[in-house]
Design a protein around this ligand. Sequence first.
Ligand code: GLP
Length: 260
Amino acid sequence: MRVVILESAKQVSQRSAKHICQVVEEIPSMTLGLATGGTPVGTYREMIEYYRQGQVSFAQVTTFNLDEYVGLPRNHAQSYYTFMHQQLFEHADFEQSRCHLPDGEAEDLSAACEAYERAIDEAGGIDLQLLGIGTDGHIAFNEPSSSLASRTRVKALTRQTREDNARFFDAPAEEVPKLAITMGVGTICEATEILLLATGKGKANAVRDLIEGPVTAQVPASALQLHPHVTVMLDEPAASRLARRDYYLHVEALQLELEA
Ligand code: GLP
């Protein structure tokens, strides 16, 4: 696991967007896994900037989002479908038919989950998966106690997650949906490369548990310790509870020397 500690959230956005755009440049028809939440918004802004400056095209990229609320109409202001269109897709040359999100309105939710897994397979799997992390250590909507081998399915959200996400709904936690379709931990871990972003002090415990804690279903993000190609990009506050912070900084400085 490569742990990159940067001074600010802005640097996390810049560095992550640069990396994503480099991969897209190398493999224009790559498959990109995308995340929602506040954390990747800055990354998406930087990606749009690369596009506007003519440095990258997403026209051949296929995308798969991690998750979607169950029961929210697609065009609801807080659906992840709306979020992705507003924050990224409509500002660059993404081909709509290749941008996938789970169908939270499906009559048969388990069939929709199976179809999503099939679509990922048919696209040849995910080349690069972008992730955030919940304050309780969840990735996508894989809440604590999710099987580390889980596939795309419906999950009940924890009280904590509904409280954390209530800020987007501008409403009390009770109004945040109780269920979501989410890629499983097993699905996510099949991506060739994973890039997890975390910023702010509120993520410091989850980040410590992800990087330095035991691998446990109580912290679904800890499953990433078993993945061979993961980069965790953090700002200083998110990295503030890491016991080996100085070592990670030392390794990263050596790595950058090698890359120069
Ligand atoms: C939601 C999403 C996750 C995201 C998490 C953290 O629960 N399903 O994919 O990582 O929130 O969000 P934020 O970046 O807003 O802290």
